[in-house]
Structure formats: structure tokens, C-alpha cells
Design a protein around this ligand. Structure first.
Ligand SMILES: NC(=O)c1ccc[n+]([C@@H]2O[C@H](COP(=O)([O-])OP(=O)(O)OC[C@H]3O[C@@H](n4cnc5c(N)ncnc54)[C@H](OP(=O)(O)O)[C@@H]3O)[C@@H](O)[C@H]2O)c1
Length: 292
């Protein structure tokens, strides 16, 4: 069975590999493909699915294909001003985002709801944290979370106002891991972008592609995965990074999810590989902020 971990002090338990459902939001992914990866994930023992209001068709598809299996997984979603008709970070907007997610995912409650990349100056206001507390009190969400990186993440963690965080952690993105993650062990922690957007797919610099920054960083880090394929090397680093509870590898392909689960089940990377990653990071990466 896919290993599970206690998700901080939230009372939840999550599989060490979650499904990043950003990809199933794309309109070039068919309904049949989305249904296959979503149901396949649960059948393989995945118990956390991560989505967001801003991920195209993702929430709607989770509702359509998993509405009847809602008690089998922890639903993690995010909201903010990126959805239709919402321009600012107002309490009303966040509440509308929660209501929309409830409706689209066909849920009575959102298990984990994150403020999606909410900027530091908005977090400092504190009113959105009050809004989330009220939503928890009303039973609309289970846990109030913050999703983001760098200084806003550090502020959110130190504030004590959130029960969970979602943040970038991978071989090419270690600022959050090294500076923030273990400050509060009571928080549930989701590692996003756990395989660094798979930049090894591109023999040449993928200019303008989402994976370009991590491609550039991997060139500079000059890591050696040894006998492992890159996806396994990258994922095992993240899944077993101190403080991480679950790593939400993103895919719309069941075969990729299956191989990610097998890879993660092989355990932490050998000590020599971890030392190589650590050395490379200290040599060239120590000034790199997290990718936002
Ligand atoms: N909170 C935020 O602001 C935020 C930001 C970014 C991401 N996220 C969340 O984190 C999830 C993951 O992040 P991500 O998708 O950006 O990065 P990622 O998981 O590091 O990488 C995903 C990419 O890797 C490929 N891939 C997955 N498994 C593979 C395998 N076994 N072999 C080869 N390629 C593989 C996928 O392509 P295929 O589709 O071909 O499998 C996809 O292009 C998202 O789905 C989303 O839920 C949140």
C-alpha cells in the first residue's frame, strides 16, 4: 500500500504522493483521460488531490469524476483573485471562491483551502485569515492554508494563523525547505512542483516554457542521478525531504502517476546522492529564491 503520513496536527492523513491536478484542468486533456487518472489515483492508494480555482477545468472534473468517491480522498484547493469576476483579495472574494470550489467539486466541505500566492501586504492585513477561520467554523473548509513561497510563506508560517502550507520543494528549489519548512512541525506540508517540472525533457533551453527556470538551474547544479531515471531521482528527494508530508507530482497521465508511486515507494535517496545534491546547492544554489 502507498505509504501515508500524519498531516501535521490537522487530524488528516495523506499518501506520500498526491495528485497534482493542474494538468487535468487543460482543455486538450480529454474527459476520458481526466477520469482515468483521477479514478486511477484513488485505486493506486493516492489519498490527496490538489487543485485550484484557477486550474481551468480541474475542479469541475474532480466533481464530475470523483463526486461519488468524495470520502476516499483529501481535497486540497486554492483560491484568490485569479478566477472569473474576481479582481482583488477581498474577504467576499475569498468566500465566493470557497463556495465556487464547493459547488464545482461537488463537496460538502473543502478539506484544505489555501490562499493562492497571496502577497505579503495582503497577508499582513489579517482579515483573510479571519475569513478562513469563519469558514472553518461554518464547516465549509476543514483547514485554512497558505500556498506560496519565500518571505510571504515565512510570514504565513510564523503568524500561526494557518494549519497547512503548500510550497515549492524540489532538487532545483530549496529555499523554502532550508529556511521555513521545519519552523512549525504542527503544520501540514504539501510540496508542489516536486519533480521541478521535469526539465530534463528538454535537450535545449525551453525558452518561455514553464520549466525554463528549473532547466537553467539543473544545468548549473550539474547533478548526477546515477542509475536512477531523473523523475525518480527528483521525486525521492522531495518526498523524503525533512518536513514534507506529501509531494503532488502533476500529471494527466496515469502511467506517469503509477511510475511516480513506484519511485516514491523505493524510499529516500542513498546518502551519497543526498550529499551530492547538498554540495551542489551550497556551491551554486544558496542564493536562489524559491520560484513563485
Ligand atoms: N500553489 C501553486 O501556486 C502551485 C504552483 C505550481 C504547481 N502547483 C501544484 O503542484 C502540482 C505539481 O506541480 P507542477 O505540475 O507544476 O510540477 P511537477 O509536478 O514538478 O512536474 C510536472 C511535470 O512533470 C511531468 N511528469 C510527471 N510525472 C512524470 C514522470 N513520471 N516522468 C516524466 N515526466 C513526468 C508532467 O508531464 P505529463 O503531464 O506528461 O505527465 C508535468 O509536465 C500541480 O499540478 C499543482 O497541483 C501549485
Amino acid at each position: 500500500m502507498l505509504e501515508r503520513r500524519t498531516f501535521g496536527d490537522t487530524g488528516l492523513e495523506v499518501s506520500i504522493v498526491g495528485l497534482g491536478a493542474g494538468q487535468i484542468g487543460e482543455s486538450d486533456v480529454t474527459e476520458a483521460e481526466a477520469a482515468e487518472v483521477l479514478n486511477g489515483a484513488l485505486d493506486l492508494g493516492v489519498t490527496l488531490i490538489d487543485t485550484a480555482a484557477s486550474y481551468g477545468l480541474s475542479e469541475e472534473r474532480i466533481g464530475r469524476h470523483l463526486g461519488g468517491r468524495r470520502d476516499e480522498f483529501v481535497l486540497s484547493t486554492k483560491g484568490g483573485p485569479k478566477i472569473d469576476g474576481q479582481r482583488d483579495w477581498s474577504p467576499e472574494g475569498v468566500l465566493a471562491s470557497i463556495e465556487r470550489s464547493l459547488r464545482l467539486t461537488r463537496s460538502e466541505r473543502i478539506d484544505l483551502f489555501y490562499l493562492h500566492s497571496c502577497p505579503l501586504e495582503i497577508l499582513r492585513r489579517g482579515d483573510l485569515q479571519d475569513t478562513l477561520d469563519a469558514a472553518v467554523g461554518a464547516g465549509k473548509i476543514g483547514v485554512a492554508g497558505y500556498s506560496g513561497d519565500n518571505e510571504p510563506l515565512a510570514f504565513a508560517v510564523d503568524s500561526g494563523r494557518f494549519g497547512a502550507i503548500e510550497t515549492s520543494v524540489n532538487i532545483a528549489d530549496q529555499w523554502n525547505l532550508r529556511n521555513v519548512l521545519r519552523r512549525r512541525p504542527e503544520l501540514g506540508v504539501i510540496a508542489k512542483r516536486p519533480i521541478a517540472n521535469a526539465p530534463w525533457r528538454f535537450p535545449e533551453r525551453p525558452t518561455g516554457n514553464y520549466a525554463e527556470l528549473y532547466w537553467e538551474r539543473l544545468q548549473a547544479l550539474n547533478l548526477d542521478p546515477g542509475d536512477l531515471d531523473w523523475a525518480e531521482f527528483a521525486l525521492r528527494f522531495t518526498v523524503y525531504a525533512p518536513g514534507v508530508h506529501t509531494a503532488i507530482a502533476g500529471t494527466a497521465k496515469l502511467a506517469h502517476l503509477r511510475s511516480n508511486i513506484t519511485a516514491a515507494s523505493n524510499g529516500p535517496l542513498p546518502a551519497a546522492a543526498l550529499e551530492g545534491i547538498d554540495r551542489a546547492w551550497r556551491d551554486v544554489g544558496s542564493d536562489w529564491p524559491a520560484s513563485t
